[in-house]
Design a binder for this molecule. Structure first.
Ligand SMILES: Nc1nc2c(ncn2[C@@H]2O[C@H](COP(=O)(O)OP(=O)(O)OP(=O)(O)O)[C@@H](O)[C@H]2O)c(=O)[nH]1
Ligand SMILES: [Mg+2]
Length: 437
């Protein structure tokens, strides 16, 4: 982080920070207009406005200035002439590159990671999200501390903060590490509480909404669960996980969770501090991969999302791609699930698919019990989906049911009964049979 900055001001401020955007295409690639459009949106989401753009193609980054000295001089000249004092780069810069660019241009220099961190800081609404983003920002700043120590003033100064023989830099590193440990402890306590709440939902089929930022995940949660969560045409509108119950038309329910969106080159420090909020994705039974079908760059974004799922160890979770915003386009290829979270188009088909996936995930079996009393019947009906329940004249019952918590759960229950019983597990049962009980 540079020496004179408070990052972009809050978006609630009237005046937007005016920015010169520098976009560099490396390795013989062309300048990518959709990448630039994304940078402009990122700047806007951070409370800034791109006033001018400078592009450059180069085989590899320049060690000193990233863009090369000549280009850096040109950028500095343009910034001075236009009265701009903030430079945003579409790549990540080393601390040395930032320092040299700032010294030459007399501007504040922000790289891609810092920009994304700034947006997260603005968007953080809950205390947990604020702690996570502070941890991520400190993780990013720690290796960049040299020469910019006055940033850490707010972390506490005064008597006793400086040990014998320590330089200011060492003091600041120590303060940053101390603060990070304290944040980690607080977050661990919060995460432990979340785990307890999560375990109470054991046995519920869980569905996570994942996808590129702004694809429409929160709007979809609102549509299918009437969740009332915040959705907005802004990058990273959601930072906290929200879970809601969805009652299925065929009986039973699933838990659907909305969480933070992904983006290309999502900063590592953010992934680390938001890791536990992404547990809900990693531990889901099914991921609905929400993609914006009207986005020209949709396939590249989809592959960013699948790469990110791999990075957070959620690559193995069963997933379905849901092409959202189909109201904005008339193209939809066969086999794709096209929906509009806004208009409701395709939502019944999506819910039907969820129902099928959930049925398939249950432990199906045929059960015979010589005497099935009311208490046992109630237990079976609340712990499974019952496809058929036939009672003969003697009171014996034959049931076909799918258990939420596995067959052993039922075996244990039946073991406590006096009446003889038997269970036959059914493999390959579930998705194609409709419940008719
Ligand atoms: N036309 C159209 N717009 C939609 C649809 N779904 C969502 N949107 C709009 O897309 C924008 C982003 O929606 P969100 O639901 O906030 O997107 P998100 O994926 O939750 O975004 P992040 O939380 O930032 O990751 C909002 O302006 C929504 O109104 C849709 O089906 N059709
Ligand atoms: Mg959202």
């Amino acid at each position: 982080m540079s020496s004179n900055q408070t990052l972009f001001r809050s978006v609630t401020d009237q005046e937007l920070e005016q920015v010169l955007l520098v976009s560099v295409a490396l390795n013989g690639t062309d300048i990518d207009p959709s990448g630039i459009a994304e940078m402009i949106r990122l700047v806007e989401s951070a409370g800034g406005e791109v006033i001018h753009q400078i592009t450059q193609k180069r085989p590899r980054p320049d060690g000193g200035f990233f863009v090369g000295r000549g280009k850096a001089e040109e950028i500095s000249g343009v910034a001075e002439n236009m009265g701009l004092t903030t430079l945003v780069f579409n790549h990540n810069l080393s601390p040395g590159q930032v320092n040299r660019l700032e010294e030459m241009s007399k501007c504040k220099v922000i790289d891609r990671t810092e920009l994304i961190l700034a947006i997260f800081a603005i968007q953080a609404r809950t205390p947990q999200a604020k702690l996570r983003i502070e941890l991520a920002q400190l993780g990013y700043m720690l290796p960049r501390l040299s020469g910019m120590w006055h940033h850490l003033d707010r972390l506490g100064a005064g008597i006793g903060t400086r040990g014998p023989g320590e330089t200011q830099l060492e003091v600041d590193r120590r303060r940053a590490r101390t603060r990070m440990s304290s944040l980690e402890r607080k977050l661990d306590a919060i995460d432990a509480g979340a785990k307890v709440r999560h375990s109470r939902r054991e046995g519920m089929f869980s569905v996570a909404l994942a996808g590129y930022t702004n694809a429409g995940k929160s709007t979809l949660l609102n549509r299918i669960c009437d969740a009332g969560v915040h959705a907005e045409d802004r990058l990273f509108a959601t930072l906290d996980t929200t879970s809601r119950r969805l009652d299925l038309p065929g009986g039973g329910s699933v838990i659907v969770s909305d969480t933070v969106g992904f983006i290309e080159k999502l900063p590592k420090s953010l992934l680390a501090s938001f890791r536990s909020t992404l547990d809900v994705v990693r531990e889901a039974d099914l991921i609905l991969l929400v993609a914006d079908t009207a986005d020209q760059d949709k396939l590249a974004k989809l592959s960013t999302v699948t790469d990110t799922l791999d990075k957070i160890d959620a690559g193995q979770v069963d997933r379905i791609t849901v092409w959202n915003k189909c109201d904005l386009t008339d193209s939809s290829s066969a086999g794709d699930l096209s929906v509009s979270a806004l208009s409701g188009q395709g939502i019944p088909q999506l819910i039907e698919l969820l129902e099928q996936k959930r049925r398939k995930a249950l432990a199906w079996c045929g059960v015979k019990v010589n005497i099935c009393n009311g208490e046992l019947e109630y237990w079976i009906r609340t712990n499974s989906i019952v496809d058929s329940f036939i009672r003969d004249d003697t009171g014996a019952v034959e049931i076909v049911c799918g258990l939420y918590l596995g067959l052993n759960h039922l075996r244990k229950k039946l073991g406590s009964q006096k009446s003889p019983w038997s269970i036959v597990p059914f493999t390959d049962y579930g998705a194609d049979q409709g419940g008719d009980d």
